[in-house]
Design a protein around this ligand. Sequence first.
Ligand code: 3PY
Ligand code: MG
Length: 245
Amino acid sequence: MTATTPADSEPAWGVWATLGEPGLLDPLARASFDWLCLDAQHGRFDDRALREGLDVSTAAGATAWVRVRSNDAGLIGRALDSGARGVIVPLVDTPADAADAVRSAFYPPRGSRSFGPYLGTGAQPTPTEANDSTGVAVMIETAAGLAAASTIAATPGIEGVFVGPVDLALSLGTTVDDLLADESPDSALRRIARAAVEAGVTPGAFAGSPGTAHAFAALGYRFIAATTDSAVLAAGAAGLRAQLT
Ligand code: 3PY
Ligand code: MG
């Protein structure tokens, strides 16, 4: 994801890792997806698995993001200290929440991230290098976040907004299928994508399956988690087993 991802470009397709197994990230990282995300909110990544998973992903040449557990300066700093390219921050409801996430992710003068290069391996980036390469994507996944989508997307320092469709559907009292099927020009998912594009940041979303990923792409989303580590394993295992019958 870059702040300049054009609307007519190919989406950046990602894999969402939830199993908390660093070793699984090596084959995923080599499978030519554009990015990976290690999910420390709902996935099984504890602090150590996150660090090891980031090492494995980076060694395999992947661009690895972390979905942090919450919008917390300590968690955001630690994910970045461990080598994440950027953080995906859940449940961002207001521009003030988005500004908090940015402050946590960048060193002064842009933010208030604390320096302590002890978790990563290899040469550690200087604060200036880190500030130039760190990404923050804020999740819009509530009715409040939807209402504030334009001002959230316009928060200085964010690289993208990222839809959590399941929480968004829960918060709006609907379903993900109905959100995707809403053809009105002012549908929730179109409003969020439009807010991002108008603010010059990338619209992203969790899809979880190729069909849903294409549906998000058709709505203008360009940074899309198209599958998960467990879905990859299940599909691979089923496909290989079928070859034995
Ligand atoms: C959601 O759909 O709410 C998510 O956070 C995806 O993981
Ligand atoms: Mg969610």
